[in-house]
Design a protein around this ligand. Structure first.
Ligand code: FES
Ligand SMILES: [Fe+2]
Length: 345
């Protein structure tokens, strides 16, 4: 049975309004370990951004020198300041120009100031907000929990919107079809009912799935049943981060934290970590990463094929099956609220 979705709140420009609303959230732009003693150029929401460690802080600016528009990410750091590679203008952590080497005798023009964005380091990532953040940076508590072994996955770019990427991660009905024998089984393709609710800034859901006991994640558990139940508990930190705890029947946990960075309306860069409190020896690491890479390689061609690349804000343009698509429906309803607020602000 399909679910009827009302297209209330819809404006002709809703996809763009949703995209614009993303300026008011924190987004990851790179792994913190990769930001050392050089400025780095990244892209966020079509905006070129330079991030750098100026003094003890992480700073982010539009990647554009106010003199002639050179990319500051081609420059370098000197005594906690950012020097442009073209004519050597130098900027402090507040974005103000403090040196014009060609005329050190003249006062610095008062307008010589970079466009500055908020930036913060949290849970192994550098986060940037281009506007005014509605929520805190999404939490990933296991990152500093000594009971867990943390692995950092290489970031990956997909040619699809961040929203489509997120929806794929929380889509219960695809496991049996895209990941048979890995995350699902076609003998158990049905999706059983589950609660979906809002908790602060999180969309929450829990779902018990029958999984084959193959794959490195499960082989290390010491459970010999061919298929066993796994309770997957999700915190979807709106709008683009997922914290998934996989609770195994013997009490072990496997956590995936994934956060999608919108490079543009139709391209995303995805950052991720896995954390486990069993099989802690590092000789198991490769097997766990191989498992995740297998899952991603199965998802990528399907998800990049989705059209339109953005999720349609006219929700009646796609179809929804009761129970199986419940999470997608609730996620889209919430996004629609962001789009509506943006459209009317
Ligand atoms: S463009 Fe940067 S100093 Fe001239
Ligand atoms: Fe998948």
């Amino acid at each position: 049975m399909t679910e009827r979705i009302a297209s209330t709140y819809l404006t002709p420009d809703s996809e763009s309004a949703l995209y614009r609303s993303l300026r008011d959230f924190w987004h990851p732009v790179m792994y913190a370990a990769d930001l050392t003693d050089k400025p780095v150029g990244v892209r966020l929401l079509d905006e070129p951004v330079v991030v750098a460690r100026l003094g003890r802080k992480v700073s982010a600016f539009r990647d554009l020198c106010v003199h002639r528009g050179a990319a500051l990410s081609l420059g370098w750091l000197e005594q906690g300041k950012l020097r442009c590679a073209y004519h050597g203008w130098t900027y402090g952590d507040d974005g103000r120009c403090v040196e014009v080497p060609a005329r050190p005798d003249l006062p610095i023009p008062p307008g010589a100031c970079l466009t500055r964005y908020q930036a913060v380091e949290s849970a192994g990532l550098i986060w940037v907000c281009l506007g005014t953040p509605r929520y805190e940076v999404p939490p990933f508590p296991e990152f500093t929990d000594s009971a867990y072994r943390i692995l950092t996955g290489p970031s990956y770019d997909w040619k699809i919107s961040s929203f489509r990427r997120l929806e794929n991660f929380v889509d219960m009905a695809h496991f049996a079809w895209v990941h048979p024998g890995v995350l699902g089984s076609r003998e158990h393709a049905e999706v059983t009912d589950h609660e979906v609710w809002r908790d602060g800034r999180d969309l929450r859901f829990e779902h018990t799935v029958k999984e084959p006991s193959s794959g490195e994640i499960k082989e290390q558990l010491g459970i010999t049943d061919a298929v066993f139940d796994v309770l997957n508990s999700y915190h979807l930190s709106m709008p683009l981060s997922i914290h998934l705890t996989r609770n195994f029947p013997n009490g072990a946990h496997y956590v995936v934290f994934m956060t999608s960075s919108p490079l543009s309306q139709r391209e995303c860069r995805n950052f991720w970590f896995v954390a486990r409190d069993y099989a802690l020896d590092e000789r198991h690491d490769e097997g766990f990463m191989n498992f995740e890479h297998l899952v991603l390689s199965q998802d990528k061609p399907i998800i990049e094929s989705l059209r339109p690349e953005e999720i349609p804000m006219d929700l009646t343009r796609e179809m929804y099956i009761r129970v199986a698509d419940k999470i997608t429906v609730e996620y889209r309803r919430w996004l629609l609220e962001f789009a509506r607020e943006e459209g009317t602000s």
